[in-house]
Write a protein that binds this ligand. Structure first.
Ligand SMILES: NC(=O)c1ccc[n+]([C@@H]2O[C@H](COP(=O)([O-])OP(=O)(O)OC[C@H]3O[C@@H](n4cnc5c(N)ncnc54)[C@H](OP(=O)(O)O)[C@@H]3O)[C@@H](O)[C@H]2O)c1
Length: 313
């Protein structure tokens, strides 16, 4: 994977957007210097050492008429310019139309993007994963994916053959790393029992302020195994219902930012979670990108815990 995903251009773009200068952020989002906290950037370290921004961009509904396509392309390009350089997609999103839209966005700047796609479980039999990967690469107009995920658990093929297929794609240079999605702890333990299963790079799962179930088991499990979690629906999913929460708006007002930025900063607060909010609106993306540099205070985190308590262990 590109080791310089947040290059000087990305960083400068972010700083210009935020109107301030650079500061340092530690692994748990704690400010390490007295420079302005709003100019820092949250990052996550993948297990191969690659650093990626803790905020990427989803695309499940893009390329399907929700917004005009030029607006959706502009939204993704805006996110890239503000440092949200990880883009998540899947072959099933709009039957490939999301991947095709992303091809137009990343054309000419592929090396700045960390591209994640997913194979559908109904394609895992025989050489289905290799064929699905080739089709995704063609739609995306690239010759490699940074991460290739199994979209959800399946009994259609043994986990060992799925891992072997991912490892072959890696050896062929078509993917840089692979992972899974929607796996619970027992799925992860089963995965780690098959040969090379522990090479899994991430698990992409539902996680936001009102869906905190993974804090009970999966999140600590992934932390113990030095595996970042990729949080989908970080704004509450289609319709972004979470953003109606008045506490988020109140905390946002204290930081001069939106409720969305607060929800996202909360999701990526611990240094092991990459959030992938989706938006087809450049204005929304600008609001969301603020979370890359937003550090919530211990008091604010306690307030959010009291309104949306963590699951009891
Ligand atoms: N692995 C899986 O099984 C799985 C499942 C679900 C999702 N995902 C991935 O995760 C991504 C994100 O999840 P999601 O799309 O379910 O939910 P989400 O990112 O929590 O919410 C998306 C919704 O939020 C709105 N939004 C974004 N920014 C906003 C802002 N600043 N203010 C107000 N509204 C805002 C978007 O509308 P606008 O476009 O109008 O901004 C869209 O309706 C997906 O696109 C997909 O890539 C993966």
């Amino acid at each position: 994977m590109n080791k310089q995903l947040l290059n000087r251009r990305d960083f400068n773009g972010l700083c210009v957007a935020l109107g301030s200068s650079l500061a340092l952020v530690g692994p748990a989002g704690v400010a390490l210097s007295s420079a302005p906290a709003r100019a820092a950037t949250h990052t996550v370290k993948l297990h191969d050492g690659t650093i990626v921004p803790a905020l990427g961009q989803g695309s499940a509904r893009l390329g399907q008429g929700k917004h005009p396509e030029p607006a959706e392309e502009e939204a993704l390009r805006t996110g890239l310019s503000l440092g949200m350089t990880l883009i998540d997609t899947a072959e099933m999103y709009g039957n490939g139309r999301s991947e095709e839209l992303i091809r137009r966005v990343i054309a000419g700047q592929r090396d700045r993007v960390s591209l994640v796609s997913k194979v559908s479980p109904n394609h895992v039999r025989g050489n289905g994963i290799a064929r699905a990967c080739d089709a995704s690469l063609a739609r995306l107009g690239t010759d490699y994916l940074d991460l290739y995920l199994l979209h959800w658990p399946t009994r259609d093929a043994d986990l060992s053959s799925i891992v072997a297929a991912f490892q072959s794609l890696r050896a062929a240079g078509k993917i840089r790393a692979w992972g899974v999605s929607n796996f619970n702890v027992s799925d992860m333990e089963e995965l780690f029992r098959v040969p090379h299963g522990d090479r899994c790079g991430t698990n992409q799962v539902l996680y936001n302020l009102t869906d905190r179930g993974i804090e009970q088991d999966l999140l600590p499990w992934c932390e113990r195994h030095s595996m970042p979690v990729m949080a989908y629906s970080p704004l509450g999913g289609a319709g972004a219902n979470l953003l109606r929460d008045p506490t988020l708006a109140r905390i946002g007002a204290a930081h001069s930012c939106s409720a969305a930025a607060v929800a996202l900063a909360w999701t990526i607060r611990n240094g092991n979670v990459i959030a992938i909010p989706e938006s087809g609106s450049a204005e929304h993306v600008k609001e969301n990108a603020v979370a890359l540099s937003l550090i919530l205070t211990p008091d604010e985190l306690r307030t959010l815990d009291s309104v949306h308590p963590p699951p009891s262990r």
